[in-house]
Write a protein that binds this ligand. Structure first.
Ligand code: AMP
Length: 188
């Protein structure tokens, strides 16, 4: 399946689940008006996914929260990426982690660094003593891949945690964004 088609079908799933979730969760009505997602989807996959992601991350985070993803132990989309069951743009891999480009980039360069084995690390706040080495490795890898991506002028590292942190995928991941001038503070 082409990247464009995957992106379009992912958007379609998100649109319908957003409608269901907004019926159940009042705050979703404010962040995900249906009309926002009723535009034609024949545009390039990249712009479609970026448009969806711009206002939809909050919706996705609330949906994941409502589904109890934080504590369900359920596999996530990242397990499929690790198993190479779905296509992804992998830019780095070693025995402990994987880095791949975010499907809905929020900057010119946007990739994720994830552990290959989640081992309870659904989110940063679940970290335990035994995770310290892995966490260090993930952070070290983030800067290593940033260099590989030629982010010589700087970059930003973000870990979203939990519903209020706007986390939508419950498999710990480090966002690395850059390749352009960023602003601060981020959206609050
Ligand atoms: P967060 O909202 O911090 O949980 O981030 C999850 C990130 O995963 C979002 O930036 C999504 O765009 C990204 N994402 C979700 N599915 C995929 C995928 N199949 N390939 C690449 N990135 C993805």
């Amino acid at each position: 399946m082409s990247f464009a088609r995957i992106a379009a079908s992912a958007l379609a799933v998100r649109v319908s689940s957003s409608a269901t979730a907004s019926a159940r969760h009042p705050s979703l009505r404010a962040v995900a008006p249906a009309s926002r997602f009723t535009k034609p989807t024949q545009t390039l996959a990249r712009s479609v996914t970026t448009m969806a992601a711009a206002g939809d991350e909050k919706t996705a985070a609330i949906e994941a929260h409502l589904k109890g993803m934080a504590n369900s132990g359920e596999a996530t989309i990242f397990d499929k990426i690790i198993a190479k069951e779905i296509p992804s743009d992998i830019i780095y891999e070693d025995n402990l982690c994987l880095a791949f480009r975010d499907i809905a980039p929020q900057a010119k360069t946007h990739f994720l660094v994830i552990p290959k084995i989640r081992s309870g690390l659904t989110q940063l706040s679940k970290a335990e003593e035994g995770h310290k080495e892995l966490l260090g490795h993930l952070l070290y890898t983030a800067q290593k891949v940033a260099k590989q991506e030629k982010l010589d002028q700087g970059f930003r590292v973000v870990i979203n945690d939990g519903v209020e942190g706007c986390q939508s995928v419950y498999h710990l991941h480090i966002h690395v964004v850059g390749g352009q001038q960023l602003s601060w503070p981020p959206g609050c």
